[in-house]
Design a protein around this ligand. Sequence first.
Ligand code: NAD
Length: 503
Amino acid sequence: MPSILDDMPASLLHESTQGHAVRVPVTVAYGDGIGPEIMKATLRILDAAGAALDYEPIELGEAVYLRGITAGIEPEAWESIRRNRVLLKAPITTPQGGGYKSMNVTLRKTLGLYANVRPAVAYAPFVRTRHPQMDVVIVRENEEDLYGGIEHQQTDEVVQCLKLVSRPGCERIIRHAFEYARANGRRKVTCMTKDNIMKKTDGLFHQVFDEVAAQYPDVANEHLIIDIGAARLADTPEMFDVIVTLNLYGDIISDIAAQVAGSVGLAPSANIGEHAAMFEAIHGSAPQIARQGIANPSGLLLSAVMMLVHVGQPQVAEKIHNAWLRTIEEGIHTADIYAETISSRRVGTDEFADAVIERLGLLPRMLAAVRYAAEQAKSKPEGISYTRPIAATKQLVGVDVFLDWRGTNPDELGEKLRAAGSANLSLSMITNRGVKVWPNGMPETFCTDHWRCRFHAPVDARIAPEEMLALLGRVHALGFDFIKTEHLYTFNGKAGYSLGQGQ
Ligand code: NAD
């Protein structure tokens, strides 16, 4: 039954009118492999620190998959997550093969968790790293880009994956990055895209970044092309503070960042949406070390710290995080980060948790202590609203007709296909894998069986949809196999489509 809470932002649900934290119900998934061990250790630390949380366990992952539920999650688990709006999740094992869906992608997209926030911090000299000053937060768009999973085989030789980027998607994630920077005293937000190549999709992300950045004059901003950005992140991560980027780039560079920080096993993450949030370590279920009691619970514990800030218990978050820093500093290390020259004691999962519990209330001596100011608890995405712009004047000016054609000579195709054109819609260009091959193509260009044939109106002319349908009829009548079309529009007179390479 819908409740009044349905329209309330998740983070506001858990604060009492006196400003004291009230007990917050949290859905907990123990996961697979090392999941149950690290989750038990994490919850033990949370309880010892006085976190005001009530845990509601759900089953997620391998056991559910193996019962034949390809999504890996059952309706009762969905209900719990939707009711509590906060999920602390241990890693799960995705069975190999079969039609199993990625649980993470399912959870993120179904719950609208648009922001994936991944801090990557060096703990030098206590954890080995080449970049002792590194302290970067990657804010990755979590729902769009190539992760729509919209893929098609179109010819024998060519498959395609649709890259979708929306203005609201860009605006929400970029605002989230700037709000995060502001609330956490960060100085700079760097945007990374490949808009020198993808001028429409990545171009929109960059354009919205510039628009939003102008509204945050107190936070510095810059843009880097993703390839040099990733290279610099691996080489000089100290130059970055907050990075905001599209889904695929963010997925890749956040693993690079965690690795060069020297601590993939320590890295936490938050997946934040308007209605719910999910917190998890970035590592997987490490089945080869499961049930040995040696796994490092730190990634999940630091994710739980992010969760405590999110639900309005920053004091508890601070207490745990500082005790954890003190433990790391004292050289009490699990096997994955243990080094004879640095560590003082090699411990298992439970012993590590005991050590953190013993240090609750202590601050680190050398590493900087964390301070989760009260404002941080309020830095929530509910402040991020989207206003749809006034609709542009949209004009149909042509159509790209894609053909499955097994010929090899573009001139032959051009000559035959010209006959399908009309006075208002004539063949202007043919490309193969984006490169112009007609008219005046180069014989060196390799061609597949997938041809994009552009029919365009004379300058400034508008086409009626019926003319496009008639064109397709003529293309078909000439014996060509058209496999898809893309309409060419102008928006307020500006072309909404890219030119062919070499055009
Ligand atoms: P993994 O992260 O599980 O393991 C990579 C390496 O890191 C292994 O050597 C492992 O022993 C080590 N490691 C990881 N976490 C550790 C920890 N907390 N303490 C000590 N050592 C740790 O990656 P993988 O082997 O590629 O994947 C294993 C399974 O996990 C797969 O089924 C994969 O699909 C799944 N997975 C799940 C998630 C998730 O649920 N969020 C994320 C990644 C992978």
